[in-house]
Design a protein around this ligand. Sequence first.
Ligand code: SME
Length: 166
Amino acid sequence: MTGSSTDFKLLAAQVEALTSERTHWVATLANTSALLAQELGGINWVGFYLRGDYMDASLPADELVLGPFQGKVACTRIAWGKGVCGTAAQRDRTMRVDDVHSFAGHIACDAASASEVVVPLHAEGRVVGVLDIDSPLPARFSKADQAGLELVADIVEEALQNPPTA
Ligand code: SME
């Protein structure tokens, strides 16, 4: 499946519906990862890593810690600036990697992964995590996918910015 087959307008509306509940960011990110796993074809892992101190005050700010996801068991901690995830977080830039094996420092959680896209997430003006998606297909993610996923990330950020409602 190629990126052009994803209806990102519809997906964005679905994510908007999930995030508008404002229960807790764990609930929002858990359901969002389930939705993305359901709606995106040709992927083998989708989920979130959060900056340690955003997740819990006892965790370090220079690490990304595993959050809600769908897929195989993954590494729980990624140092800021390391791997595709840590690089996206440090640079505050989406990383779209057509061939993970040619990315120096790529962290292989699932040996089946061939390509990957990582989108930074912000709250209170700083990067507080990333949306990470892996595919077993080389070059699975197009520029259109990147734009669509950045839109999804913008909506998810609303849930991270706003405190839960009673
Ligand atoms: N490949 C990522 C690590 C996370 S897994 O893909 C779930 C990276 O290089 O940062």
